[in-house]
Design a protein around this ligand. Structure first.
Ligand code: SF4
Length: 279
């Protein structure tokens, strides 16, 4: 396959711009990247276990198999991502393994993998779309990402399943970003297979656990496409004018760019968000 070198979009990238254009610019254009933390690594190990449980014969797809293999997958994920050794909490394995166990326990409250027949796992999907900016310039843009699990049954339809290691949203209004992600993958799948998935299901493995389910419609996908087109116009305009404004929001406390940060050699990596510098 020829490597794609044009612009690429993921649901996370589009939503990042909507939340705060400045943090979007720092992350995706200036590429001021911070090493991923223990939360991300915990997610990687949990996803690896839930991917590979389906390598087992159905009789072995048990909670015990998953719990017994946490350490194996921790070691495997560390070997595949040596930079994770720099995460400060990486050696606190008791705490980490307990927290992964909790997610595995929650997973088994929601599903029994012995009864499932996935047709794809960690599957890369992509499509291309022509997007136009305010000046009429058309760009071919790739929409792509990994689907955690696919279940395709001829004559019945396709289910897309995604694992979330966080808690389920407390209210419908907090679910918007998740729906956007669902429609993103449904849109890409529809373009690839000429079929709208009959269901997209998100499994939340944190806290009380829970699921979000949608049966995407043609109208949902049209709205989604319009949202992508609007995003592209706004993003291209911001690039043209070099105007990526900070947008103070409830997630600022978790933003890596909120405060001044230094490189290992003491030089300034980023001065800190102008909104919070003035505060
Ligand atoms: S701290 Fe808030 S306003 Fe500043 S860059 Fe981060 S998200 Fe944007």
């Amino acid at each position: 396959m020829v490597k794609w070198t044009g612009p690429s979009l993921s649901p996370t990238k589009i939503k990042a711009f909507k939340k705060c254009p400045l943090s979007y610019r720092l992350q995706y254009i200036d590429k001021i990247i911070f090493p991923s933390g223990i939360e991300a690594f915990r997610g990687t190990v949990t996803h690896a276990i839930l991917e590979h449980i389906f390598d087992q014969p159905k009789t072995d797809r048990t909670k015990n198999w998953a719990l017994d293999n946490i350490e194996n997958f921790y070691n495997k994920c560390l070997a595949e991502d040596p930079k994770a050794n720099n995460i400060p909490e990486i050696d606190q394995t008791d705490k980490l393994f307990n927290s992964i166990s909790e997610k595995i326990e929650n997973y088994f409250k929601l599903e029994n993998p012995a009864r499932l027949n996935p047709t794809g796992r960690e599957k890369w999907v992509q499509t291309k779309i022509n997007l136009e900016d305010e000046l009429g310039k058309v760009s071919e843009v790739r929409l792509g990402g990994f689907i955690d699990r696919l279940e395709e049954k001829p004559g019945v339809g396709t289910r897309i399943i995604d694992y979330k290691t966080g808690k389920p949203p407390k209210a419908e209004r907090f679910a918007e970003d998740y729906y956007f992600q669902m429609f993103f993958y449904s849109y890409v799948y529809r373009d690839m297979h000429n079929e709208i998935p009959r269901q997209v299901k998100l499994l939340f493995l944190g806290g009380e656990s829970g699921v979000l389910i949608k049966a995407p419609t043609k109208e949902n996908l049209l709205d989604f496409e319009q949202e992508v087109r609007d995003f592209w116009k706004a993003e291209q305009e911001a690039e043209m004018k070099d105007e990526f404004q900070p947008n103070k929001n409830p997630l600022c406390d978790w933003c890596a760019y909120k405060h001044k940060t230094l490189n290992d050699d003491g030089t300034v990596k980023y001065e800190g968000c102008p909104i919070w510098r003035q505060a």
